[in-house]
Write a protein that binds this ligand. Sequence first.
Ligand code: DC
Length: 258
Amino acid sequence: MNVSTPDNALPESENKSQDQRQRYPVICIDGPSGAGKGTVTWRLAQALGYQLLDSGALYRIVGLKAFEAGLIKPGADVECEIDGLKLLKLTQSLEIDFIPNNESGRVDILVNGEAVGEKVRNETVGGYASQVAVFPEVRTALLKLQQDMATRSGLVADGRDMGTVVFPNADVKVFLTASAKARAERRVAQLLNAGQEADFEAIFTTIKARDARDENRTTAPSKPAEDALLLDSSVLDADTVYHQVKKHCQERGVFFDY
Ligand code: DC
């Protein structure tokens, strides 16, 4: 598997530990879906001129491709037996490009040269992602390429295991959470705003099931690093979260021009 970003023409160091390879500042923003990680990650990356790693997108791509290859049954959280060997081969065969899009405030994703766009962002693919993320083979296949992103420029990394496994020596670690109820309410509001139907109970149940899977898996479960700043966005608005994270970054020696 190969992931490219606009800066990857710069030299990479092969076969070194994460400690040796990490030369630029790394900020990790971990926590469950819907807590507001994406917003704070994007704002930090813009303010600092750092690259952005949306690690959830990597798992979503593997989930989508596994579904398209017939390795996952249709339906977001229909538990099924997945063939680990086939899943690993598929993961290794993917070529992924991340291209920041200033207009949308997100990163455009190309997989094997094809734009996957919003296809990976929906709830169903989120469920596939959560299922493939349980496999240690998949996590190992994705590990080095995530770490390599910190050898090219400063990085803001969004995920579940950024501070615990992928960048244990990161300069800044934040765990941003929110209650399942608050996240479900936000999701309902988003869907209704977009003119779509929204069933609170169904969304609430899915969020709790996915949290349980992500938190209880054996490999790299979703949890705060011991040295992470804990923030709860059920009681803080997005602007306050950003300013608290920014202040924490400054206290940890990461400086902002504005
Ligand atoms: O952040 P997200 O909703 O895009 O993540 C989708 C799924 O991917 C999530 O349920 C768990 C998995 N994931 C992971 O296991 N480790 C990460 N670093 C990021 C995401």
